[in-house]
Design a protein around this ligand. Structure first.
Ligand code: MSP
Length: 577
């Protein structure tokens, strides 16, 4: 263990130095990173993507996957795909959180070992990632030997830095969430778990503590100086308020159960599941194994993370506890924590007690019926990406599918590819006549498209998927009106308008191609169909969204991307006649 800790120290020093060198000082690292992010979002040309590290929460194996897990993973996936398309070297991490009392108890109830339960349920989450096309680069499990070894080393490093000490603790404990509350917070919640509604219990233990209070000032400054560190701003305001109440040191070990990572040199203590879980973000890149480790040397470039994505219930752990742990370890802080809101149903929180979860079986029925990409699109455009909760509604799935995908994107692509086939035998013509672009009054399609591209890229940078999709949709709606106003079917009847017709269809198809490039992070499979039938172009997203990527002479197939389908009921079943 001692040598592991030494290795850890070496690793930490290495990362810390890089941060200090590049950004002159740890405290300023988050500030500097945030500022450079803001600069980068100002224009497409100014955006330079370096190594990009995107994470989802690691999901608890004592729950079954549901819409919430699919949603966060889809948002993270869309961002990872977007960043890759912009040319970034992306590392996208997801995984499962497998320790803790609840897992031990569930396994007990079933008469199996916790590891067996963890194996079974971790696999379910992994399967979800595959079936929803989540393009993760690594799937970490907190029972992985690599993770357990490094967590012990990192906790030992915290002890050596005097950030962890042994002390006596008494407080209000939410058994379901495995979380302690301060007296004032417990009172405010009427001594009941805000999640399960069950009574909190008064609990007292000898525990190892993390000196969270020591980081009060630094955490205050982090949030005050970096409005972009925790988004949306509603979450930031909550954290600032909670910080104002003052920080207590937090217990980071438990003795009332066994299923977890043992405290270094004190095996009756198990490391608190949240400390264990948060560390996944750095154990996956080998930080706890030190700089001589092969994984570390390959992946250390990804730290600090570009964005940790999750829902709001765990923003405290990610924007207060996690930065404090990193400060204690002298590691640079993540650039951004985004805590979106919740999917709800009929205006009510989804919960086990209400039994109103959109569970995986229900999600799968929608996916089966509408197709995976349509569901990804629905999640992206209607999901609770900001501060407000979003209702899951079968009617809205149907409405969005019909209006955005069938009637707008699908229709426009099929209309345009059909005309290219009908009038030009499926061959893309040039938009030029005698070396100059043929233009249409009031319809500067390259300029309109480029404005939407700018908007979409800025929106993606901010994780604003609904706006990114809306900007792409704007291009398609423009094409529709352009067709209605310029009437290519009329031009086709007049032999003298051949050049005009060629340019008109070129401009329609080129605009659609660019819209599809923008939609690819959300709908990779459908856009692959467009790629096969028309072509999305070559290179990075910046290159592919530049006007002119569609080459005259390209053969185009008639495409029908989204078939019309009937709606489903709230359970994802066919409606009764
Ligand atoms: N294991 C912890 C996370 C540790 S990360 C170091 C955990 N796991 S969880 O299985 O409960 O997953 C919580 C996450 O699932 C949320 O933060 C969010 O990403 C997603 N969602 C769970 N329910 C959700 C909704 N109703 N709506 C949207 N997303 C939600 O917490």
């Amino acid at each position: 263990m001692a040598s592991a800790a030494r290795a850890t120290r070496r690793g930490i020093v290495a990362l810390g130095r890089a941060a200090v060198d590049a950004r002159s000082g740890r405290r300023r690292s988050a500030v500097a990173a945030t500022r450079s992010n803001a600069r980068a979002t100002r224009g497409k040309a100014a955006r330079a993507f370096g190594p990009t590290y995107v994470t989802t929460p690691i999901y608890y194996v004592n729950d079954q996957p549901h819409i919430g897990h699919v949603y966060t993973s889809t948002v993270a996936d869309a961002y990872a795909r977007y960043a890759r398309a912009r040319g970034a070297d992306v590392f996208f991490l997801t995984g499962t959180d497998e320790h803790g009392l609840k897992v031990e108890q569930s396994a007990d109830k079933r008469g199996i070992e916790p590891q067996a339960l963890a194996d079974e349920n971790s696999q379910k989450f992994r399967d979800v990632m595959t079936s929803y096309d989540i393009s993760f680069d690594d799937f970490i499990r907190t029972t992985d030997a690599r993770h357990e070894r490094q967590v012990r080393a990192l906790v030992e490093a915290l002890q050596e830095r005097d950030a962890v000490y042994l002390g006596q603790f008494e407080g209000w404990y939410d058994e379901g969430q495995e979380e302690y509350y301060t007296e004032s917070k417990a009172k405010e919640l009427d001594y009941k778990s805000p999640i399960s509604g069950k009574d909190m219990v008064r609990s007292s233990e000898e525990n190892y503590y993390f000196r969270l209070s020591k980081f009060q000032k630094e955490l205050e400054a982090l949030h005050a100086d970096n409005p972009e560190f925790l988004t949306p701003s509603a979450r930031r305001n909550e954290m600032i308020q909670r910080l104002n109440e003052g920080l207590n040191d937090v217990p980071i070990s438990r003795t009332n159960f066994k299923w977890g990572i043992k405290m270094p040199e004190d095996e009756k203590h198990v490391i608190y599941v949240w400390i264990d879980a948060l560390m996944n973000y750095i154990t996956a890149i080998g930080v706890g194994d030190g700089k001589d480790d092969a994984v570390y040397s390959e992946r250390s470039k990804y730290w600090p993370a570009s964005v940790h994505i999750m829902a709001k219930e765990i923003s405290w752990f990610h924007s207060v506890i996690w930065p404090a742990l990193l400060m204690a370890l002298d590691l640079p802080l993540p650039q951004r924590v985004h805590a979106h809101a919740f999917w709800i149903r009929e205006g009510r929180k989804m919960s086990k007690s209400l039994g109103n979860f959109v569970d995986l079986a229900c999600m799968d029925r929608f996916k089966e019926h509408y197709g995976l990409d349509a569901i990804r699109y629905y999640l992206a455009v209607e999901g609770p990406i900001g501060a407000n909760d979003a209702n899951f509604s079968a009617d809205r799935v149907q409405e969005i599918y019909s209006s955005d995908l069938v009637n707008t994107l699908g229709n426009s692509v099929s209309r345009t590819t059909a005309m290219v086939n009908k009038y030009f035998d499926g061959e893309v013509q040039s938009e030029e006549l005698n070396g100059a672009r043929v233009t249409f009054e009031n319809w500067d399609m390259p300029a309109r498209t480029s404005a939407c591209v700018e908007d979409a890229l800025k929106a993606y940078d901010k994780l604003d998927l609904p706006r990114a999709a809306a900007a792409a949709k704007q291009i398609i709606m423009d094409v529709d009106v352009f067709i209605t106003e310029t009437e290519p079917f009329r031009m086709a009847k007049d032999a003298s308008k051949r050049a005009e017709l060629s340019a008109c269809l070129y401009q329609c198809l080129e605009s659609l191609r660019i819209a599809c490039v923008l939609l690819e992070p959300l709908m990779p499979n459908k856009m692959a169909e467009f790629d096969a039938g028309v072509g999305l172009g070559e290179g990075t997203m910046d290159e592919r969204t530049t006007w002119g990527g569609l080459k005259p002479g390209t053969k185009v197939q008639k495409l029908a991307l989204f078939p019309r389908v009937e709606g489903l009921n709230e359970q994802g079943e066919p409606m009764k006649a």
